[in-house]
Each structure stands twice: as C-alpha cells, then as structure tokens.
Design a protein around this ligand. Structure first.
Ligand code: 13P
Ligand code: SF4
Length: 331
C-alpha cells in the first residue's frame, strides 16, 4: 500500500513538537508543508524565535547549520543535507589563504575585517567570527558592509564575488576579486573571494535584451548573486523575499522577468511573470529534497531514531555564533 505523504506529514506535524522550515527554492510540494518560510535572514531569525525543540529544515546545508549555531539547544534535521555549490567553493584553508593574500600585499591581519555571506560553511563563519567579522545575507549586505567600514578596516568579502562587487558598487566603493586581474588590496575597499552561484550565472545581458525588445515596458528583477553587469542592467535587485515583494507590488498588467531560481519564479505570479533565462535556472541541491524525504525525517523523530541530524562542534558553534549574532544585532 502506498503512503499518502501529505497526510502523513500533516499527522506528524500535529503530533510532534517540530517546526518544518522551507526556503523559497524548494519544490512546491515540499514548500507547501513548511510552517516557516522566508529568505535566509528571515529563516534564521524566525527559527531562533521559534519554541519547538525540533527543526526539520528543507533547504541546503548552511541553512540548517546556521539554525544549529544560533540555537544549539535545538535538534536540527535536514531531509537532505544538500550543499550549496557556492558554499563549497571555500573552506577554512581557502579562507586563510585569502587573509594571507592581503597580508602579503601590505594589509596587516588586524586591519582586515572579514564578512561572509551566509552561504558558507560554519567553519568559515567561525574563522570570520574569530577575526571580529560578521555574517551577511542578500537582504542586509548593504547595512553589514556599512557597519564593517566604520571600523576603518579593509573588508574581505567571502565567498560570493558577485554579491561583494554588487554591494560595493551600490555604495560607491572600490572592489576587486582575488585571482581576477590585478587585485591590489591597498587600492580597494572590498576584496572579494572568487566564489559564485552557478545558477545565478545563467542570466545574461542577451536575456535582458531579449525581454526588453519583446516587451519594451517590462521590468527586470534579479538576485544580487547575479553578475554585476546583470544587476546594473536590471531595474531591481534583492533577496528572495525582496523580489517577491517587488513583484507583488507591481500592477497586475505590468510585466516582469525575474532572474533567480526557477521554483520561486514559477510560484510568484501567474501570467505576467517570466523566467529571465532560456535555460531552466534550477538549483540542483535545493531540488534534491522530496516529499518522501520530509516524511521519512519526521517519521524518524516519531520512531525516536532521528536521521540526518546537523552536528556542529563546540568551538565552531562558539565563533560562528559570534559572527551570526553580530549580524542579527545590526538588524
Ligand atoms: P536569499 O537569502 O535571498 O533567500 O538567498 C539564498 C540563496 O541561496 C540564493 O541563491
Ligand atoms: Fe547555493 Fe546558488 Fe543554490 Fe542558492 S541557488 S543555494 S547560492 S547553489
């Protein structure tokens, strides 16, 4: 006999002291089961404020880890511990190499303030926390970089070169990317690590030209993980929640092409909303989580044999927490 996953998930959610969390990029059928949804910043905040001892997080690894770091007393399970490809582009030793790159070019370590995008492993966040730095998300990067600059130090921004450059541009700051041309830390305010999101690299100037030619009044809205030239050519750039608000605030007859992950754009608004790419911008890891995975994870709590639990060691929790809490305090 086949299992009715939806009905079973609802039963388990009613029975257990558990909160199901879902990022906007999750498959529709999984997303619909979530008690808490939002962009990365909202998910971190809402999970911290939530009272249930169990969290089942449908998203990618760094998101579940961040909940464990800011609320270590919670038991955090992930139906799939799927890793964000960008977060995988940096680890502790690559972070150290980036610091050394700046030191070798005349910036003493004490004059470097690291900021890590939340899309990074907890070990990288811990290194950032130990150096007095902060985490940021796509919805608060402006504020966090602004705050970081008050220290008078050079900003080392990891791992997303696009986010780092986009916010530096919007603040009128000079930026460079380690490994791309001449990146002299003495000449730049924000020194970026060379990481990126392959999904958001799909959007091109040709895509924007195509839509603008077809519908001259169309709005173009993109995520700041897109390349700086795409953000510059767009009408709006923002986090997933900010993109949803932007689209919802448009008049029903206004057309918009959105440059972010497919599941979210597809769910946004029927009719006048277009995916800003000729290929399907699907995040492979976000799409790994199925309704069956969610059911099996909840069932494992009921059976008292929890699976896929997020474990972060004490040292990492301590320092990654510092970096995350510094961010939350600024918001
Ligand atoms: P948001 O914080 O905007 O939800 O972005 C998360 C992410 O991974 C985008 O690719
Ligand atoms: Fe990571 Fe890109 Fe997927 Fe976001 S869309 S989770 S940045 S790989």
């Amino acid at each position: 006999m086949s299992i009715d996953y939806r009905a079973e998930i609802k039963r388990l959610k009613e029975k257990l002291p558990v909160t199901v969390v879902g990022h906007y990029y999750q498959r529709d059928e999984v997303f619909e089961m979530a008690d808490i949804t939002g962009d990365s910043l909202e998910l971190a905040r809402k999970c911290k404020a939530d009272n249930n001892p169990w969290v089942v997080f449908c998203g990618v690894g760094f998101m579940g880890q961040s909940v464990k770091v800011i609320a270590p007393e919670k038991r955090v399970l992930m139906p799939k511990i799927a890793c964000c490809a960008m977060a995988r582009m940096i680890d502790g030793s690559y972070f150290d190499d980036s610091v050394n790159y700046m030191v070798e070019r005349g910036i003493p370590k004490e004059n470097i303030l690291p900021i890590t995008y939340i899309n990074s492993d907890a070990t990288v966040k811990a290194k950032v926390g130990e150096m007095g730095g902060m985490v940021c998300t796509s919805s608060n990067a402006y504020k966090i970089i602004e705050k970081g600059l008050e220290s008078g130090k050079k900003i080392l921004f990891v791992p997303d070169r696009c986010l780092g450059q986009n916010f530096a541009n919007s603040m009128g700051l000079k930026s460079c990317v380690i490994g791309e041309g001449e990146c002299d830390p003495k000449e730049a305010d924000v020194i970026c690590f060379n990481g990126f999101c392959s999904v958001h690299q799909l959007f091109t100037l040709d895509d924007i030209a195509f839509y603008r030619e077809k519908y001259p009044d169309i709005k173009i809205a993109v995520h700041p993980e897109c390349d700086p030239k795409i953000v510059e050519a767009a009408d709006f750039a923002g986090s997933t929640s900010q993109l949803i608000k932007y689209v919802n605030d448009l008049e029903p007859e206004e057309k918009v092409a959105v440059g972010t992950e497919y599941n979210l754009v597809n769910r946004m608004r029927q009719g006048n909303t277009y995916v800003l790419s000729s290929s399907k911008p699907e995040c492979p890891t976000m799409n790994e989580t199925t309704l069956e995975d969610l059911y099996l994870t909840l069932k494992s709590i009921e059976d008292e044999k929890p699976i896929n639990e997020i474990v972060v060691d004490e040292h990492t929790v301590k320092y990654a927490n510092l970096a995350l809490e510094r961010m939350l305090a600024i918001n």
